[in-house]
Ligand binder design. Structure first.
Ligand code: AMP
Ligand code: ZN
Length: 477
């Protein structure tokens, strides 16, 4: 079956063809670790993880690289303002030294990795740090200088876009005219407003030594240098959020191709933004929502993952608490159904599916191969759960082997966890059942509320049976 992916380079869906048969090299622009990741950033990484899962499900061996931008990211794409990390040092009252910088970066890198784990995102094979690849940046800038594509100004070394005639012309990377005043040219020595920094001289005194003076690599150069080092050039797939298309990725392409005469990557995939109201979620201001903010409202990270998967990665997603809470309740119901299938069945991996269950696995593959159509995959999952004639045992095989592989919702683990009830709650349940048998409805009502308050739900069963209690996902936080 063909795997089709939307490639920003051509502006169309294309069949994916790897450079080397059976193997995929993939690079994701990682986080700038001067603050916690917000849930918009995490959308970008759930998308990257879904892509990896789809490729692996299709039989490819994937090498995944995600950088950590721990230095050198300026506050605007236009190469102005302070370095974001330097601002973080000021905010956190840390010393203005490279050690201080490393401490801040380490704090937020660790928090980021915890976020990835909570969302069941597979950790990339390499997570190179920008601060440990200065030599590679310097070598790349040196090559551009030798080819007369880089030039010096009072505040740094710049890339001369007039030397790369394809700049801003390709597919989804095509640029409109630069609007008057859209970008203030602070540095009047720049030959063109769109020329961008390869190396910036340090204003604060901290930075790395280079042949041009002490400073920081430009943000774009880091990704060009690290992706080439870990994956070679060209590699297969490069991803990031749509905010990276016009500037960051455009500039990566220009400098890597100009320096080495080969494309950087063959497929460029971009996720749309998570919005709050009419604005893009950002790392400052009130619309800064993290996984911790969700946990404070009782939302489990995998319920957030389920919520994200309900939308296609190329559709803008307008964040709503109501929709997120509804996604969590829907997932809780699914988990209870899944647990009830497993009650009397013993599943062996790899059992052959009946015709009907087999068709679900096929539909899932089709949807994932259609540019990662996760909303369709979620509806296939729901259809399968509610398919009465399908044998429960076989449904479970598809759910635990195919759906869990592709969507990463940990259905098996969570469906077991929701019926894992501690002794004190089990005692309340047995008291509750005794009260029900004695038709003491007042007492059974009080006990039911008590059970609910502790984060458990009494499932409605007939009077003849003992009650069944499940945990709410919020109680697993
Ligand atoms: P940053 O840490 O700001 O460099 O961003 C990390 C990743 O998140 C990049 O791929 C961005 O393009 C992406 N991103 C930033 N804001 C959003 C958003 N509101 N929605 C989705 N992705 C975003
Ligand atoms: Zn990047």
């Amino acid at each position: 079956m063909k795997l089709n992916l939307y490639n920003t380079l051509s502006g169309a869906k294309e069949e994916f063809k790897p450079i080397k048969a059976g193997v995929v090299g993939m690079y994701h622009c990682g986080p700038t670790v001067y603050n916690f990741a917000h849930i918009g950033n995490l959308r970008s990484y759930v998308f990257a993880d879904t892509l990896r899962r789809t490729l692996e499900y299709a039989g490819f061996r994937v090498r995944q690289v995600m950088n950590i931008t721990d230095i050198g990211h300026l506050t605007s794409d236009a190469d102005e303002g302070d370095d974001k990390m330097v601002r973080a040092l000021k905010r956190e009252g840390r010393p203005m030294t490279l050690e201080g910088l490393r401490d801040v970066a380490e704090k937020y890198t660790n928090a980021f990795i915890e976020d990835l784990k909570s969302l069941n995102i597979k950790l990339p094979h390499d997570m190179p740090k920008a601060s440990e690849h200065i030599a590679e940046d310097i070598a790349l800038i040196g090559t551009l200088e030798e080819k007369d594509i880089a030039y010096r100004t009072h505040d740094g070394i710049y890339f001369d876009i007039s030397k790369f005639p394809d700049y801003g012309t390709r597919g989804g990377f095509a640029l409109g005219d630069l609007k008057e005043g859209a970008r203030v040219v602070v540095n009047r020595e720049k030959r063109s407003a769109r020329d961008f920094a390869l190396w910036k001289f340090s204003k604060s005194g901290i930075g790395w030594e280079s042949p041009w003076g002490r400073g920081f690599p430009g943000w774009h150069i880091e990704c060009s240098a690290m992706s080439r080092k870990y994956l070679a050039q060209p590699f297969d797939i490069h991803t990031g959020g749509v905010d990276h298309v016009a500037t960051h990725h455009q500039n990566e392409i220009a400098q890597s191709e100009a320096a080495y005469g080969a494309p950087l990557a063959n497929y460029w995939l971009h996720n749309e933004h998570m919005q709050l109201g009419s604005e893009k979620m950002a790392k400052s201001g009130e619309n800064f929502i993290t996984l911790q903010t969700l946990a404070n409202r009782g939302i489990h990270p995998l319920a957030f993952r389920y919520y994200l998967l309900q939308s296609h990665y190329r559709s803008p997603l307008h964040f709503s608490w109501d929709a997120l809470e509804a996604a969590q309740s829907a997932l809780e119901k699914l988990l209870f159904s899944i647990w009830s299938f497993s009650r009397n069945s013993f599943i062996k991996p790899g059992i052959p599916y009946t015709q009907s269950v087999c068709s679900y696995a096929k539909q899932l593959t089709q949807a994932s191969h259609d540019d990662l159509n996760t909303p369709t995959m979620v509806s296939i999952l729901n259809k399968l759960i509610h398919d009465v004639p399908a044998k429960p045992k076989e449904k479970l095989t598809v759910l635990f082997e195919d759906v869990d592989f592709l969507l990463g919702l940990r259905l098996k683990e969570l469906s077991e966890k929701i019926v894992d009830i501690p002794g004190e709650v089990a005692e309340l349940v047995s008291e509750h059942d005794t009260a029900r048998k004695a038709k003491d409805w007042q007492r059974s009502g009080i006990l039911r509320d008590e059970i609910l308050k502790r984060g458990y739900r009494v499932q409605n069963l007939s009077d003849a049976q003992a009650s069944l209690v499940t945990r709410k996902l919020s109680s697993l936080l």
